[in-house]
Design a protein around this ligand. Structure first.
Ligand code: MEV
Length: 318
């Protein structure tokens, strides 16, 4: 967070959920990775106009912003009222390189960067947990029933093993390999997907509940595969998680097609990442060369954008 007296800045980054999405809402563990290739910066400056916002998505008065940006107004009101500060004339400038609504944690990252910038503007310093309280609040507005994982990973330097209600653990991914991340180009529907899983648990408990528990077991298996540097088991575990997510109805045709393409191209495993119903998928590859060849096939299959993310361990020689 670098700020001058005239401008106050907050920064955060995107995330990739390696495994455990959706189940994490119901107390199962999940593993998330900070995705620094996609970042966001919010700069707050004093102006002589009422509160304005400048972003790729919308520029103008905050009071007239589309409802998707409501969470910023709520955060602004809440922080001003909690700390008895007057909201005067400010411009909120958002520069985001995180594709919105793609399961990459864009909203949590914008909230985190905004809260940091606003606290700096008000000259308030808070502990991380208090900061997260505000980000969780905005995630509740956006997603209804968030687990809290997105809020925590967008400001974390390390991958996290997270279970709702527990202290999150750093989980260094000392494992060989590469993740290929591909964007379907379709906006995901996290809040609807989360709501539909809740509905499935209510109406079809005997089917949905074992799927949630199974994803939890797969996450524990992925964690031990990471400890054992066993990329092959990790790959198979990711693919199994995709099958369970599919049965929970949070995948869609584009995601399934990209998963299939990645597996046919030699990925060790592949799955959707984040909320699903659009957004992004990930594929695990043994080497950069393999990752590039998978990436090429995903782009040919219609992926809108791709990234290659290196995990931490030594490369495998094939
Ligand atoms: C969204 O990035 C991840 C979900 O598990 C929702 C949540 O954990 O809040 C789908």
């Amino acid at each position: 967070m670098k700020s001058t007296s005239a401008s106050h800045s907050g920064k955060a980054h995107g995330k990739i959920i390696l495994i455990g999405e959706h189940a994490v809402v119901y107390g199962e563990p999940a593993i998330a990775i900070p995705f620094k290739a996609a970042s966001v910066e919010v700069i707050i400056k004093k102006t002589d106009r009422p509160v304005t916002i400048t972003s790729n998505y919308y520029a103008g008065a905050l009071s007239k912003a589309p409802k998707e940006l409501n969470y910023l107004s709520v955060l602004l009101q809440k922080i001003s009222s909690d700390f008895k500060k007057t909201i005067d004339h400010i411009d909120i400038n958002i520069t985001s390189h995180i594709p919105p609504e793609r399961g990459m944690g864009s909203s949590a990252a914008v909230s985190m960067a905004f809260v940091q910038a606003l606290l700096s503007y008000f000259d308030i310093s808070l502990e991380k947990e208090q900061l997260l309280y505000y980000v969780d609040l905005s995630e509740k507005i956006i997603h209804g029933n968030p687990s809290g994982i997105d809020a925590r990973i967008t400001s974390s330097e390390e991958p996290l093993f997270y279970k709702k209600g527990y202290v999150f653990e750093s989980l260094p991914l000392n494992i060989s390999g590469y993740l290929v991340v591909a964007d379907t180009g379709e906006t995901g529907q996290t809040s609807r997907a989360v709501a539909d899983v809740a509905k499935a648990l209510k109406n079809n408990y005997e089917i949905a509940e074992p799927l949630i528990r199974h994803i939890g077991e797969l996450t524990l298996k992925a964690k031990s595969a990471i400890f054992n540097n066993d990329l092959y088991t990790l790959g198979r575990t990711l693919s199994k998680a995709h099958e369970s997510l599919k049965q929970l109805t949070v995948s869609n045709n584009s995601l399934d097609q990209l998963v299939k393409t990645a597996l046919e191209a030699g990925a060790l495993g592949a799955k959707l990442t984040g909320g699903g119903r659009g957004g992004c998928m990930i594929a695990l590859a043994t080497s950069r060369k393999k990752a590039e060849s998978i990436e090429h096939k995903l782009l040919k299959q219609g992926a809108a954008k791709t990234w290659i993310h290196r995990l931490k361990g030594e490369d495998i020689n094939e």
